[in-house]
Design a protein around this ligand. Sequence first.
Ligand code: MG
Length: 454
Amino acid sequence: MSDRLLFSVAGARGIVGRTIDPDVVVRLCAAFSAAMPEGRVVLGRDTRPSGEAFARAAAAALLACGRDVIDLGVATTPTTEMATERHGAAAGVIVTASHNPAEWNALKFLDGRGIFIDPDTGARVLEHYERGTFHWADGRGYGRRVEDPGASRAHIDAILALEALDVEAIRRRRFRVVLDCINGAGSVIAPELLRELGAEVVELHCEPSGDFVRDPEPRAEHLGELAERVRAEGADVGFAADPDADRLALVDETGRAISEEYTLALAVDGVLERTSGPVVVNLSTASLVEHVARRHGVSVERTPVGEAHVVARMLETGAVIGGEGNGGVIYPALHPGRDAPLGMALILQILASSGQALSERIAAYPPFHMTKAKRALAGPFDTEAIASEVTGLGADSVDTRDGVRATFGDAWIHLRVSNTEGVVRVIAEAPDAEGTRRLEALAARALDRVWANS
Ligand code: MG
């Protein structure tokens, strides 16, 4: 647990009551306002217990900086992004700590396109925050707050209008779906979307109460209850979102929680069946996406980890689909940001168009094994030295744009430092578990040798 407020490119997060509180929220929002062009700001939040107070503090700060605020109340991260764009606002603020537990909260900052602010803008926000250079309005200059209760509806309508979806074909299948929104922001949109796609929805934790009943990160190992319920209900699929519903994980119809890496691979597969174009994913995404793209005759480009990197490159290359292997599907025809409700619709589309069960679809893919481990930092993360060690240990190629990513035949390993946690993240993929064990041992050897020499 961190004892300071943690800044990222497009926001800041902290532990409620320790490193982030309404006072910090007010100053962060005033700093953000000072860094952004004139205009209205869209505000949304997830359901965690500190959310309402923090959103009110954020609104108060923005109003006091002379901004009009369009308050969405509880809304998913992609809903807030899309509303920012739709309203022609100057900026957006999302109060959410995403997949972090309820003890945490955070602000994420959007530009007028509804996309996370770029590093230069983020640096300006931080500068205003640290110097306290805020632009408080005088008594006549305060903004007005209005509510937009229709943001989720607009999001649903935009998904249903996508050319990538054959809504009638999906409705005909009358899918039985178990939905786990972890009582987060997805609760206010996903059940309705799925019903409008003709699904019979069994709601599991779909009250927007902020009671996070499981580990909020949507990963296979956290979906035991959903898997059991899918089996009990004889459902076609189980969907699990994180608290702000930008990440999605799946349970197949046999009640097996499958790796969250399948979410993006399936979405890419489905979209490339109907359209063609480049795909962009981050360096930590499973190579299954490359297999899928190859089958459709298109290329995959990889970027450093982080939605901002992926989105920026997607826009530059005109990518038709992309995202992050952690369950983050980005489909720019809707909006360039990760979107779990969209992901649910795309998965149902694949099941409808193929007539396959989810487990059958998965079985047609080559098997892979992936591990995501952490190792305590026992010295500096010296990218060049680590890259040189793994090269010496037989890597075919090494990418140092974001830590060290090295390929070994059909396997790869990605070492990234997390300074906020004092650990090295070690992500490994190989065709089988023995392969990932070998890669992890190799990574340990490389790190030990670098640290022994430091
Ligand atoms: Mg999230």
